[in-house]
Design a protein around this ligand. Structure first.
Ligand code: FDA
Length: 311
Protein backbone atom coordinates (compact mmCIF):
# COMPACT_ATOMS: atom_id res chain seq x y z
CA UNK A 1 0.00 0.00 0.00
CA UNK A 2 2.79 2.40 0.99
CA UNK A 3 4.74 1.48 -2.16
CA UNK A 4 1.64 2.14 -4.34
CA UNK A 5 1.10 5.49 -2.64
CA UNK A 6 4.71 6.42 -3.28
CA UNK A 7 4.45 5.38 -6.91
CA UNK A 8 1.31 7.40 -7.56
CA UNK A 9 2.86 10.43 -5.79
CA UNK A 10 5.97 10.27 -8.01
CA UNK A 11 3.89 9.69 -11.14
CA UNK A 12 1.60 12.63 -10.40
CA UNK A 13 4.52 14.93 -9.59
CA UNK A 14 6.24 13.83 -12.79
CA UNK A 15 3.09 14.65 -14.76
CA UNK A 16 2.76 17.99 -12.98
CA UNK A 17 5.96 19.10 -14.74
CA UNK A 18 4.77 18.22 -18.27
CA UNK A 19 4.42 21.68 -19.71
CA UNK A 20 2.54 20.42 -22.76
CA UNK A 21 -0.32 19.28 -20.53
CA UNK A 22 -0.79 22.77 -19.05
CA UNK A 23 -3.04 23.94 -21.89
CA UNK A 24 -4.64 20.59 -22.66
CA UNK A 25 -5.73 20.09 -19.03
CA UNK A 26 -7.52 23.43 -18.89
CA UNK A 27 -9.80 22.22 -21.68
CA UNK A 28 -10.73 18.95 -19.96
CA UNK A 29 -14.12 19.64 -18.42
CA UNK A 30 -14.24 16.97 -15.66
CA UNK A 31 -10.66 17.65 -14.54
CA UNK A 32 -11.40 21.36 -14.45
CA UNK A 33 -14.47 20.78 -12.34
CA UNK A 34 -12.48 18.72 -9.83
CA UNK A 35 -9.73 21.31 -9.74
CA UNK A 36 -12.44 23.71 -8.52
CA UNK A 37 -12.10 22.20 -5.07
CA UNK A 38 -8.57 23.58 -4.77
CA UNK A 39 -8.69 26.62 -7.07
CA UNK A 40 -10.81 29.69 -6.38
CA UNK A 41 -11.58 30.28 -10.06
CA UNK A 42 -9.94 31.28 -13.31
CA UNK A 43 -10.48 35.03 -12.87
CA UNK A 44 -9.42 37.62 -10.33
CA UNK A 45 -13.04 38.47 -9.55
CA UNK A 46 -13.86 34.84 -8.70
CA UNK A 47 -10.87 34.78 -6.35
CA UNK A 48 -11.97 38.06 -4.73
CA UNK A 49 -15.41 36.55 -4.04
CA UNK A 50 -13.75 33.47 -2.48
CA UNK A 51 -11.59 35.68 -0.26
CA UNK A 52 -14.59 37.75 0.83
CA UNK A 53 -16.25 34.52 1.98
CA UNK A 54 -13.09 33.47 3.86
CA UNK A 55 -12.80 36.88 5.51
CA UNK A 56 -16.41 36.56 6.66
CA UNK A 57 -15.39 33.38 8.49
CA UNK A 58 -12.52 35.15 10.27
CA UNK A 59 -9.84 33.86 7.88
CA UNK A 60 -7.20 36.00 6.14
CA UNK A 61 -5.90 35.11 2.67
CA UNK A 62 -2.93 35.14 0.35
CA UNK A 63 -3.82 35.34 -3.35
CA UNK A 64 -1.68 33.43 -5.82
CA UNK A 65 -1.97 33.96 -9.56
CA UNK A 66 -1.23 30.57 -11.10
CA UNK A 67 1.33 30.54 -13.89
CA UNK A 68 4.62 28.90 -13.03
CA UNK A 69 7.66 27.98 -15.16
CA UNK A 70 7.04 30.93 -17.50
CA UNK A 71 9.37 30.93 -20.54
CA UNK A 72 9.08 34.33 -22.23
CA UNK A 73 9.91 37.87 -21.13
CA UNK A 74 6.49 39.12 -22.29
CA UNK A 75 4.69 36.55 -20.19
CA UNK A 76 6.70 37.51 -17.09
CA UNK A 77 5.77 41.18 -17.66
CA UNK A 78 2.12 40.17 -17.93
CA UNK A 79 2.44 38.43 -14.55
CA UNK A 80 3.75 41.65 -12.97
CA UNK A 81 0.75 43.45 -14.49
CA UNK A 82 -1.62 40.87 -13.03
CA UNK A 83 -0.11 41.31 -9.55
CA UNK A 84 -0.45 45.10 -9.82
CA UNK A 85 -4.13 44.70 -10.75
CA UNK A 86 -4.56 42.19 -7.95
CA UNK A 87 -3.12 44.51 -5.30
CA UNK A 88 -5.18 47.42 -6.58
CA UNK A 89 -8.30 45.27 -6.33
CA UNK A 90 -7.40 44.07 -2.79
CA UNK A 91 -7.28 47.70 -1.68
CA UNK A 92 -10.46 48.70 -3.56
CA UNK A 93 -12.49 45.86 -2.08
CA UNK A 94 -10.82 46.08 1.32
CA UNK A 95 -10.29 42.34 1.76
CA UNK A 96 -7.81 41.11 4.36
CA UNK A 97 -5.22 39.55 2.10
CA UNK A 98 -1.66 39.70 0.83
CA UNK A 99 -0.10 37.95 -2.19
CA UNK A 100 2.10 34.94 -2.90
CA UNK A 101 4.40 34.90 -5.92
CA UNK A 102 6.58 32.28 -7.63
CA UNK A 103 9.92 33.35 -9.05
CA UNK A 104 9.62 30.98 -12.02
CA UNK A 105 6.57 33.09 -12.85
CA UNK A 106 8.96 36.05 -13.00
CA UNK A 107 11.46 34.31 -15.31
CA UNK A 108 13.84 32.58 -12.87
CA UNK A 109 14.24 29.52 -15.11
CA UNK A 110 15.84 31.51 -17.94
CA UNK A 111 17.02 34.88 -16.55
CA UNK A 112 17.80 35.48 -12.87
CA UNK A 113 18.26 39.23 -13.28
CA UNK A 114 14.87 39.49 -15.00
CA UNK A 115 13.24 37.48 -12.20
CA UNK A 116 14.70 39.84 -9.61
CA UNK A 117 13.58 42.89 -11.61
CA UNK A 118 10.02 41.54 -11.94
CA UNK A 119 9.76 40.41 -8.31
CA UNK A 120 11.15 43.80 -7.28
CA UNK A 121 8.34 45.52 -9.20
CA UNK A 122 5.75 43.40 -7.36
CA UNK A 123 7.30 43.93 -3.91
CA UNK A 124 7.68 47.64 -4.59
CA UNK A 125 3.95 47.87 -5.40
CA UNK A 126 3.16 45.93 -2.21
CA UNK A 127 5.42 48.16 -0.10
CA UNK A 128 3.77 51.31 -1.48
CA UNK A 129 0.42 49.86 -0.32
CA UNK A 130 1.71 48.66 3.06
CA UNK A 131 1.23 45.06 1.93
CA UNK A 132 3.35 41.90 1.87
CA UNK A 133 4.63 39.47 -0.78
CA UNK A 134 5.38 35.87 0.13
CA UNK A 135 7.83 34.33 -2.32
CA UNK A 136 6.77 30.68 -2.70
CA UNK A 137 9.44 27.98 -2.75
CA UNK A 138 9.61 25.68 -5.76
CA UNK A 139 11.85 22.70 -6.74
CA UNK A 140 15.26 22.37 -5.08
CA UNK A 141 17.08 23.34 -8.30
CA UNK A 142 15.95 26.92 -7.61
CA UNK A 143 16.16 27.01 -3.79
CA UNK A 144 19.41 28.94 -3.59
CA UNK A 145 18.45 31.44 -6.32
CA UNK A 146 15.08 31.95 -4.65
CA UNK A 147 16.61 32.65 -1.25
CA UNK A 148 19.24 34.95 -2.81
CA UNK A 149 16.45 36.91 -4.49
CA UNK A 150 14.38 37.15 -1.30
CA UNK A 151 17.46 38.36 0.61
CA UNK A 152 18.08 41.10 -1.98
CA UNK A 153 14.43 42.23 -1.76
CA UNK A 154 14.44 42.00 2.04
CA UNK A 155 17.55 44.20 2.19
CA UNK A 156 15.74 46.81 0.10
CA UNK A 157 12.15 46.64 1.39
CA UNK A 158 12.41 45.12 4.89
CA UNK A 159 10.65 42.32 6.74
CA UNK A 160 7.18 43.89 6.60
CA UNK A 161 6.98 43.62 2.80
CA UNK A 162 8.64 40.38 1.68
CA UNK A 163 9.22 36.91 3.09
CA UNK A 164 10.43 33.43 2.16
CA UNK A 165 9.17 29.84 2.28
CA UNK A 166 11.15 26.86 3.60
CA UNK A 167 10.29 23.18 3.10
CA UNK A 168 10.91 20.72 5.95
CA UNK A 169 11.63 17.86 3.50
CA UNK A 170 14.89 19.53 2.44
CA UNK A 171 18.01 18.53 4.36
CA UNK A 172 19.35 22.11 4.16
CA UNK A 173 16.26 23.72 5.70
CA UNK A 174 17.23 23.86 9.37
CA UNK A 175 20.44 25.73 8.48
CA UNK A 176 18.51 28.07 6.16
CA UNK A 177 15.94 28.73 8.89
CA UNK A 178 18.60 29.66 11.45
CA UNK A 179 20.36 31.99 8.99
CA UNK A 180 17.16 33.69 7.78
CA UNK A 181 15.84 34.15 11.33
CA UNK A 182 19.13 35.83 12.30
CA UNK A 183 18.53 38.22 9.37
CA UNK A 184 14.90 38.71 10.48
CA UNK A 185 13.35 37.33 7.31
CA UNK A 186 9.76 36.13 7.74
CA UNK A 187 9.35 32.48 6.83
CA UNK A 188 6.43 30.29 5.85
CA UNK A 189 7.27 26.75 6.94
CA UNK A 190 5.69 23.92 4.93
CA UNK A 191 6.59 20.28 4.28
CA UNK A 192 7.37 20.64 0.54
CA UNK A 193 5.40 19.57 -2.51
CA UNK A 194 7.89 18.71 -5.31
CA UNK A 195 9.57 15.53 -6.52
CA UNK A 196 13.07 15.51 -4.97
CA UNK A 197 16.07 13.18 -4.78
CA UNK A 198 16.93 11.56 -1.41
CA UNK A 199 20.27 13.35 -1.74
CA UNK A 200 18.52 16.70 -1.08
CA UNK A 201 15.27 15.73 0.63
CA UNK A 202 14.30 13.23 3.35
CA UNK A 203 12.52 10.34 1.61
CA UNK A 204 10.80 9.21 4.81
CA UNK A 205 7.73 11.15 5.97
CA UNK A 206 8.73 10.64 9.62
CA UNK A 207 11.95 12.59 9.02
CA UNK A 208 10.05 15.33 7.17
CA UNK A 209 7.66 15.66 10.12
CA UNK A 210 10.46 15.58 12.74
CA UNK A 211 12.28 18.30 10.82
CA UNK A 212 9.08 20.34 10.58
CA UNK A 213 8.84 20.33 14.37
CA UNK A 214 12.53 21.12 14.80
CA UNK A 215 12.36 24.07 12.39
CA UNK A 216 9.01 25.26 13.82
CA UNK A 217 10.76 25.68 17.19
CA UNK A 218 13.60 27.66 15.59
CA UNK A 219 10.99 29.97 14.03
CA UNK A 220 8.92 30.43 17.18
CA UNK A 221 12.06 31.19 19.22
CA UNK A 222 13.18 33.91 16.79
CA UNK A 223 10.82 36.74 17.70
CA UNK A 224 9.98 37.23 14.00
CA UNK A 225 6.38 36.85 12.68
CA UNK A 226 6.31 33.56 10.74
CA UNK A 227 3.68 31.33 9.10
CA UNK A 228 3.22 27.69 10.07
CA UNK A 229 1.67 26.14 6.95
CA UNK A 230 0.19 22.68 7.37
CA UNK A 231 -3.06 20.72 7.66
CA UNK A 232 -1.39 18.02 9.73
CA UNK A 233 -3.03 18.06 13.14
CA UNK A 234 0.10 16.58 14.73
CA UNK A 235 2.18 19.49 13.44
CA UNK A 236 -0.49 21.98 14.53
CA UNK A 237 -0.74 20.44 18.02
CA UNK A 238 3.05 20.45 18.38
CA UNK A 239 3.07 24.15 17.41
CA UNK A 240 0.27 25.02 19.84
CA UNK A 241 2.05 23.10 22.63
CA UNK A 242 5.38 24.76 22.00
CA UNK A 243 3.83 28.24 21.75
CA UNK A 244 2.09 27.68 25.06
CA UNK A 245 5.24 26.42 26.78
CA UNK A 246 7.15 29.47 25.48
CA UNK A 247 4.24 31.68 26.60
CA UNK A 248 3.92 33.25 23.15
CA UNK A 249 0.88 35.47 22.59
CA UNK A 250 -1.65 34.27 19.99
CA UNK A 251 -0.59 36.92 17.45
CA UNK A 252 3.11 35.98 17.53
CA UNK A 253 2.75 33.83 14.38
CA UNK A 254 0.03 32.67 12.01
CA UNK A 255 -1.22 29.32 10.79
CA UNK A 256 -1.63 28.90 7.05
CA UNK A 257 -3.63 26.38 5.03
CA UNK A 258 -4.58 25.81 1.40
CA UNK A 259 -7.91 26.75 -0.14
CA UNK A 260 -10.30 23.80 -0.07
CA UNK A 261 -8.29 21.63 2.34
CA UNK A 262 -9.51 20.95 5.89
CA UNK A 263 -12.01 23.82 5.93
CA UNK A 264 -13.27 22.53 9.28
CA UNK A 265 -9.84 22.90 10.84
CA UNK A 266 -9.31 26.34 9.27
CA UNK A 267 -12.44 27.74 10.93
CA UNK A 268 -11.89 25.87 14.19
CA UNK A 269 -8.37 27.30 14.61
CA UNK A 270 -9.49 30.83 13.75
CA UNK A 271 -12.24 30.57 16.37
CA UNK A 272 -9.63 29.87 19.04
CA UNK A 273 -8.12 33.28 18.31
CA UNK A 274 -5.03 32.28 16.30
CA UNK A 275 -4.48 34.20 13.06
CA UNK A 276 -5.18 31.84 10.13
CA UNK A 277 -4.37 32.66 6.50
CA UNK A 278 -5.66 30.70 3.53
CA UNK A 279 -3.63 30.40 0.32
CA UNK A 280 -6.02 31.18 -2.52
CA UNK A 281 -4.80 30.23 -6.00
CA UNK A 282 -6.63 31.39 -9.10
CA UNK A 283 -5.99 31.57 -12.84
CA UNK A 284 -6.10 29.60 -16.03
CA UNK A 285 -2.91 27.60 -15.52
CA UNK A 286 -4.02 25.53 -12.55
CA UNK A 287 -2.73 22.20 -13.87
CA UNK A 288 0.66 21.82 -12.04
CA UNK A 289 -0.80 23.17 -8.78
CA UNK A 290 -3.74 20.76 -9.03
CA UNK A 291 -1.44 17.80 -9.73
CA UNK A 292 0.64 18.58 -6.63
CA UNK A 293 -2.55 18.59 -4.53
CA UNK A 294 -3.54 15.21 -5.99
CA UNK A 295 -0.07 13.83 -5.25
CA UNK A 296 -0.33 14.80 -1.59
CA UNK A 297 -3.21 12.46 -1.03
CA UNK A 298 -3.58 9.28 -3.10
CA UNK A 299 -7.27 9.15 -2.10
CA UNK A 300 -7.76 12.29 -4.22
CA UNK A 301 -6.61 10.37 -7.26
CA UNK A 302 -9.27 7.68 -6.82
CA UNK A 303 -11.82 10.44 -6.49
CA UNK A 304 -10.70 11.83 -9.87
CA UNK A 305 -10.69 8.43 -11.57
CA UNK A 306 -14.16 7.63 -10.22
CA UNK A 307 -15.53 10.94 -11.47
CA UNK A 308 -13.89 10.65 -14.89
CA UNK A 309 -15.34 7.16 -15.35
CA UNK A 310 -18.78 8.30 -14.18
CA UNK A 311 -18.68 11.43 -16.36
P1 FDA B 1 0.34 16.07 5.11
O1 FDA B 1 0.63 15.93 3.67
O2 FDA B 1 0.94 15.08 6.06
O3 FDA B 1 -1.23 16.10 5.30
C1 FDA B 1 -1.87 16.17 6.56
C2 FDA B 1 -3.37 16.05 6.36
O4 FDA B 1 -3.84 17.20 5.64
C3 FDA B 1 -3.80 14.87 5.50
O5 FDA B 1 -3.95 13.73 6.29
C4 FDA B 1 -5.11 15.35 4.93
O6 FDA B 1 -6.14 15.28 5.87
C5 FDA B 1 -4.83 16.82 4.69
N1 FDA B 1 -4.31 17.08 3.33
C6 FDA B 1 -3.05 17.49 3.01
N2 FDA B 1 -2.95 17.68 1.68
C7 FDA B 1 -4.15 17.37 1.16
C8 FDA B 1 -4.68 17.37 -0.16
N3 FDA B 1 -3.94 17.73 -1.19
N4 FDA B 1 -5.97 17.01 -0.32
C9 FDA B 1 -6.74 16.66 0.72
N5 FDA B 1 -6.31 16.66 2.01
C10 FDA B 1 -5.03 16.99 2.22
N6 FDA B 1 4.84 23.64 -0.82
C11 FDA B 1 5.97 24.03 -1.44
O7 FDA B 1 6.78 23.19 -1.84
N7 FDA B 1 6.22 25.37 -1.63
C12 FDA B 1 5.38 26.34 -1.19
O8 FDA B 1 5.66 27.53 -1.37
C13 FDA B 1 4.20 25.93 -0.51
N8 FDA B 1 3.30 26.83 -0.04
C14 FDA B 1 2.27 26.42 0.78
C15 FDA B 1 1.43 27.36 1.40
C16 FDA B 1 0.48 26.94 2.31
C17 FDA B 1 -0.36 27.97 2.99
C18 FDA B 1 0.34 25.55 2.61
C19 FDA B 1 -0.64 25.07 3.63
C20 FDA B 1 1.10 24.63 1.95
C21 FDA B 1 2.06 25.04 1.02
N9 FDA B 1 2.83 24.11 0.34
C22 FDA B 1 3.95 24.55 -0.34
C23 FDA B 1 2.42 22.68 0.30
C24 FDA B 1 3.09 21.87 1.37
O9 FDA B 1 4.46 21.75 1.11
C25 FDA B 1 2.47 20.46 1.49
O10 FDA B 1 2.68 19.77 0.29
C26 FDA B 1 0.99 20.45 1.81
O11 FDA B 1 0.66 21.45 2.72
C27 FDA B 1 0.59 19.10 2.46
O12 FDA B 1 1.29 18.90 3.64
P2 FDA B 1 0.64 18.96 5.11
O13 FDA B 1 1.55 19.77 5.96
O14 FDA B 1 -0.75 19.40 5.05
O15 FDA B 1 0.81 17.48 5.67
Amino acid sequence: MLATAHLSRSALLFLSRREGLKDVATRLGPLRELAGRFIAGETLEEAVQAVKALNAQGLMASFDHLNEAVRTVEETRAEVGEYRRLMTRIDQVGVRANVSLKLTQCGLLFDKALALENARAVVSEAASRGSFVRVDMEQSAVTQDTLDTVRALHAEFGEAHVGAVLQSYLRRTEADARALCAERVRIRLCKGAYLEEPRVAFPDKRDVDANFIRVMKVLLDSGVYHGIATHDERMIDATLDYAERQRLPKGAFEFQMLYGIRRDLQVQLAKTGFPVRIYVPYGKYWYPYFMRRLAERPANLWFVVKNMVKG
